[in-house]
Design a protein around this ligand. Sequence first.
Ligand code: Z5A
Length: 209
Amino acid sequence: MNKGKFITFEGGEACGKTTQVNKLKEYIASLPNSDRFLLVREPGGTALGEELRRLILNYETDKPTAMAELMMFFASRCQLVEKVIKPALAEGKIVIADRFYDSTIAYQGEARGLMSAEEILSLTRLIIGDLKPDLTFYLKLSPEEAFKRKTNALPLDRIEKEGILFHQKVAKGYDYIANLESERFCVIDASKTPDEIFEVIKSKIEEMM
Ligand code: Z5A
């Protein structure tokens, strides 16, 4: 049985996840029990996962089919869950993941139109068992607002290059799962300032601890 807690960050592109995860890193470093926390990201978080991340996001030579893309995300997740997340939770750690299966529901399920959220949840149970986040921060931002933030950004990866319609479907997928599993979701208006958003995140995490 898990002794730790599992927290995830979710949202469409440019919603401010990285900004908030960096703030959280700083906050955690200031805590006396900072070694109780473990931050991971998806895809990635293991040596194999980081290789898969590079292929998923930037491999343009032979673009993966939608199903091949889905399987690569699952391969990365499987490695991360079995080798890192489950052992850390068993030790009583608080694991914080930048993206998890809700991303697959939103991006591959809804936006690529591959399968329903329920089918992705079944596949998830088959591949990684019944591990489910205790708390999910969903940074909700309209794709229109997100696109405005992209103007001066770094070179875009394969998924970021998708158009507004794709990202509108991503948002629809997130809204669906946030409603379906509302007990674990903390939906945050990501158009607020980074400090306002972080206050909500910090107080929720303190409450949980
Ligand atoms: N993906 C998938 O398809 N299926 C899956 O199962 C999984 C992932 C797990 C990589 O994720 C891609 O993988 C992702 C989904 C897909 N592709 N997309 N799109 P990632 O998490 O590594 O990459 P990302 O989501 O694209 O992150 P990002 O582009 O780095 O955005 P972000 O982390 O959400 O935002 P940010 O870097 O913190 O901020 C973006 C800009 O907005 C930046 O200029 C900030 O200064 C600014 N910002 C941040 N917060 C604010 C606020 N509050 N107000 C105003 N401006 C702000």
